[in-house]
Design a protein around this ligand. Structure first.
Ligand code: KIV
Length: 272
């Protein structure tokens, strides 16, 4: 029942732009490992983000801050080996690009060279402009990320909706225009009011990808483990769960344990 567009052979940043131009919504998901990335890619999403949310869902950290560049490259190279069609974008982790554009460039080049990914994403507006310009000048496509930027969680103090106040909404709009002007190919908008997403998406030419940002972004992204119901305790309003894999996996494993205990597994057909 896949609805992916069979005309798209390999998704590029240009494909993503064309989808916006013709008014077709862009589907994006995170992935962090080879096996899941194969499934996600075959199911037809156009963009796979190797998000620094790996810090949460893969490593069990409370925030995205601890994950390292080496760890992101490990996840990204596993994903790249699996993906045949989607555009693979990789998060630059906290501390690998802020405040030093030379280091930002070095980090982006390591990701591209060592993982084989197609683009990088980083969080922030004006504060990281120099880093983005430097990365773009090396020919590396950059995706921006505004609104709730989890690498700044200790500045925000909360994961609540951002840019509800006029001043913050105006800064977000200014940052979005600046990111487009300097050459970002796309922009993630996280947890902002739907009306602001509509305004930003209508005034930019590049596609916006929303998470908790309402229906008017040019595309949507979710964390794979949230969509599949593997992370059970995370229940934000914006999340739609498409499966309850946590229950399915638990039941399957409990069944296996029972079979082992009952000496039912392996049977004679499952032995040599
Ligand atoms: O790291 C991540 O998963 C992300 C998405 C939430 C956009 O940045």
């Amino acid at each position: 029942m896949s609805v992916h567009n069979p005309d798209i052979k390999r998704v590029t940043t240009h494909t993503i732009q064309e989808l916006k131009n013709k008014g077709e919504k862009i589907s994006a998901l995170t992935a962090y490992d080879y096996s899941m990335a194969r499934v996600v890619d075959a199911a037809g999403v156009e963009l796979i983000l190797v998000g620094d949310s790996a810090s949460n869902v893969m490593a069990g950290h409370e925030t995205t801050l601890p994950i390292t560049l080496d760890q992101m490259i490990y996840h990204a190279s596993s994903v790249v080996r699996a993906v045949k069609r989607a555009l693979v974008v990789v998060d630059l982790p906290f501390g690998s690009y802020q405040g030093n554009s030379s280091e930002a460039l070095r980090s982006a080049i390591r990701i591209m060279k060592e993982s084989g990914a197609h683009a990088v994403k980083l969080e922030g507006g004006l504060e990281v402009k120099e880093s983005i310009v430097r990365i773009l000048s090396a020919g590396v496509p950059v995706m921006g990320h505004l609104g709730l930027t989890p690498q700044s969680i200790y500045k925000f103090g909360t994961y609540a909706v951002r840019a509800k106040e006029e001043a913050e909404a105006q800064k977000l709009m200014d940052d979005a225009r600046m990111l487009e002007d300097i050459g970002c190919f796309s922009l993630v908008l996280e947890k902002i009011p739907a009306s602001l997403t509509r305004q930003v998406s209508q005034s930019l030419h590049i596609p916006t990808i929303g998470i908790g940002a309402g229906p008017d972004a040019d595309g949507q992204i979710l964390v794979l483990h949230d969509l599949l119901g593997i992370t059970k305790d995370f229940k934000p309003r914006f999340l739609r769960r498409y499966a309850d894999l946590s229950t399915i996996i638990t039941e399957a494993i409990a069944h296996y344990v029972d079979d082992v205990k009952a000496r039912d597994f392996p049977n004679e057909n499952e032995a040599y």
